[in-house]
Design a protein around this ligand. Structure first.
Ligand code: BG6
Length: 510
């Protein structure tokens, strides 16, 4: 398939990569993730001509239903959740490539049915197609599906590439992640495994690499010599929706910090890779994790904060307390907010606090990384009335909602006196490229089918993330008899989070 280019001159050079002919099997195809994200992402790939010339989707779920019923459901999901209104012709073409199998995940007969369907599709094509098994199911089914794929020889082919895509969560603590990894590695080689962290599919997350490594101006200041501290925020205004069952067992630390936020830390702190080859990039990220010490129980007390929201007002709407949400036990101690201070103990970063915070039902949705530089050594600009004086520069990468980069610089306030105040230099994705960023899942599904693993979590990364988070979980569990901090829904989070920053530092406003 020829590489096509976009006509928009602002994004000249954007390529579509050839994707080999593939049959994608989605386990859990009738579930929420598939409806909201995967099927709409596939539609948008089809819309852009980015799906392989020969593409089949086999939906596999426990429910009994016909191909027709599955297609009708897929159509409805795409119409409801696609980022662009579907074109009838493209949509019909895609639906025509979909079929459905009822597969109770522990039932050998279900896997026989999958094997037979895959063979039929190969025959129809006249040659074997690549296979990708996407595990969009509750994590307790990961081991059984992976083992059954192996038993039915669906994990490997001598002629084509067979891959497995594993959704989060990859384990619920270090021990369970290690056990899961044993199951995975008994059936698949690491090069076949694509562990999803949807943050890596976001354009703005990838832009961190572009910002750092294609601009000489940032690299000289990117170290403990110039950086005072780093604040990483993933604040959400939404609550837990209909996911009480999952969320109450998980909590903010497992849900967002262990995976998405740790990915942001490693991308921020990694050394320049010798190339953007998947393993070269991931080698550098793992080195950052290796340089982070797992906190002791004593350190957890001082370097972490957890809290749960009480009722309040978010965007003008009254919302209930977490414990009053549908499906949440009224004595739940699950944290809906987590903040922690970490340190990367290597030559570049030693002594620089990296503070993370995330929470549900905060004042607004914002995901950003703020690199706070040290102050200039002179106070000559201070002291004038109406001037805040020279403030430390901030380099803020906003991942959502206003995607871009902003740098605060001190500027002279017009007038006769030399008064200074910070102003922002802004780069905004929307205005600079005049294009809508694709959804993370579009990029990730395409990359998994291409076998391009840079934007997926390698086994040692997943385990490295757990090594740091696991002691926090244990220490929190041991302290479960202590009162839990709270914050009002719609606020900026609990007061207690301020203490993580140390003297003279404040969290950026939400
Ligand atoms: C998911 C979490 O992984 O990420 C959700 O399970 C969270 O609880 C979501 O809301 C946030 O993703 P995004 O892309 O909206 O920042």
């Amino acid at each position: 398939m020829a590489v096509q280019t976009e006509p928009n001159p602002l994004i000249a050079g954007l390529e579509r990569f050839p994707v080999p002919p593939t049959t994608l099997v989605i386990f859990g195809a009738t579930g929420d993730l598939s409806r909201r994200k995967l099927l709409p992402a596939l539609y948008n790939l089809a819309h852009e001509g980015s799906l392989p010339e020969r593409f089949n989707l086999v939906g596999a779920s426990r429910r009994e239903q016909s191909d027709e019923e599955f297609r009708a459901e897929a159509k409805e999901a795409i119409e409801s959740f696609s980022r662009r209104p579907p074109d009838e012709h493209v949509l019909e073409g895609l639906l025509g490539r979909m079929s459905y199998l009822s597969v109770p995940f522990d039932d050998p007969a279900g896997y026989e049915r999958i094997a037979a369907r895959l063979l039929e599709l190969d025959d129809e094509h006249g040659a074997p197609l690549n296979k990708a098994h996407y595990l969009s199911v509750a994590p307790e089914y990961f081991p059984v599906i992976i083992s059954k794929l192996k038993e039915h020889k669906l994990n490997y082919s001598r002629e084509v590439d067979v891959r497995v895509v594993i959704e989060k969560p990859f384990g619920t603590d270090l021990a369970s992640a290690q056990q899961l990894q044993e199951v995975v590695s008994s059936a698949f080689r690491e090069s076949q495994v694509f562990r999803i962290d949807h943050y890596l599919g976001k354009e703005t997350v990838q832009n961190m690499l572009a910002l750092r490594f294609s601009n000489l101006m940032f690299e000289p200041v990117w170290s403990r010599s110039y950086i005072d501290h780093v604040q990483i925020t993933a604040a959400e205004d939404l609550g837990i929706g209909s996911r009480a069952g999952y969320y109450d067992a998980s909590g903010a630390l497992r849900d967002l910090v262990q995976n998405h936020m740790m990915q942001l830390v490693t991308l921020l702190c990694m050394e320049p890779p010798v190339s953007f080859d998947a393993d070269k990039v991931r080698d550098e990220k793992v080195k950052v994790l290796d340089a982070m010490r797992a906190p002791t129980a004593e350190e957890v007390v001082h370097s972490t904060v957890r809290a749960q929201y009480t009722g309040g007002t978010v965007a003008g709407e009254e919302v209930p307390a977490y414990r009053e949400e549908d499906g949440v036990p009224d004595d739940s101690r699950t944290e809906t907010y987590a903040a922690l201070r970490l340190e990367v103990e290597n030559w570049r970063w030693a002594g620089v606090p990296i503070v993370l915070r995330t929470g549900k039902r905060l004042a607004r949705k914002v995901t950003e990384i703020a690199v706070m530089l040290k102050p200039v050594p002179t106070t000559a600009f201070g002291g004038h009335e109406g001037s805040v004086g020279a403030q430390p520069n901030q380099i803020v990468m906003t991942l959502q909602p206003n995607e871009g980069v902003s740098i605060s610089i001190g500027a002279k306030i017009p007038g006769t006196r030399l008064r200074i105040r910070p102003v922002n230099m802004e780069f905004n994705y929307g205005t600079s490229f005049m294009s809508q960023s694709p959804e993370a899942y579009e990029r990730l599904i395409m990359d998994a089918m291409r076998g391009e693993a840079t934007l997926f979590t390698r086994a040692d990364e997943a385990l490295g993330q757990w090594r740091i988070i696991d002691p926090i979980l244990s220490a929190w569990k041991d302290a479960d008899s202590e009162p839990l901090e709270s914050y009002e829904a719609g606020s900026a989070g609990p007061e207690a989070a301020e203490r993580l920053l140390g003297d003279d530092r404040r969290w950026r406003g939400l």
